[in-house]
Design a protein around this ligand. Structure first.
Ligand code: CO
Length: 210
């Protein structure tokens, strides 16, 4: 059997189990999705959003990219964010990084990764902002893991810099922004940083005509 065929077989088994537990499971989900959460995570295959949070289909709206970045020129991210905030009206947005992130590790090297350099540059900028703290750490592993945490914090702040979030905070008093980091070694998620709706935003980033 080809490896991909296993996926299709597993899918059939899963769908059968769901219907056995609840005959209306798919019918109900087909009608409407009303998730409370938007998850912005890393593409890493070891961090499965629904598995690590124990959530069911319909509960989390998901966007994933290399190193869970919030880049303001990324039309994909912005479209997901706008849809989640304006139309789905999610109450929480979670940026979830993970220790040992390959994207963060790559950004700390001087290696030329071709087109990926342009994406990694956003992480290099986070390193530069927190250079003093990172350079004071004893070894590479500590620096990587601290940069993972600081990167999550910066990406939450990047969310708050968008007019999408600022407008939602002003008129709807949601969503609450969270920065979390998942441990590949123990499967535990550690909350690192948060910005509840209405948190102060530094003057150059705050819009007054929303
Ligand atoms: Co990663």
């Amino acid at each position: 059997m080809e490896t991909y065929q296993k996926l299709l077989l597993e899918n059939k088994a899963w769908a059968g189990e769901k219907i056995q537990d609840d005959p209306n499971f798919f019918k109900r989900l087909e009608q409407i999705q009303t998730p409370d959460f938007l998850w912005i995570g890393c593409s890493d295959s070891r961090v499965s959003t629904s598995r690590v949070t124990g959530t069911q289909p319909g509960e989390i709206f998901v966007h994933r990219n290399i190193a869970n970045m919030v880049v303001h020129t990324d039309l994909n991210l912005l479209s997901v964010l706008e849809y989640a905030v304006v139309h789905l009206k999610v109450k929480h947005i979670i940026v979830c990084g993970h220790y040992g992130c390959g994207g963060v590790k790559a950004a700390m090297t001087s290696h030329n990764f071709g087109i990926i350099n342009k994406w990694l540059r956003n992480i290099k900028d986070v390193y530069r902002i927190h250079e003093d703290e990172l350079n004071s750490l004893a070894n590479e592993e500590q620096r990587t893991n601290r940069l993972v945490e600081l990167n999550v914090q910066e990406q939450v702040m990047n969310l708050a810099k968008t007019s999408i979030i600022q407008k939602a905070w002003k008129y709807d008093h949601v969503p609450h922004l969270h920065g979390w980091v998942y441990g590949l070694n123990d499967g535990i998620i550690k909350p690192i940083f948060e910005m509840p709706a209405g948190s102060p935003i530094e003057p150059p980033y705050a819009f007054d005509d929303l």
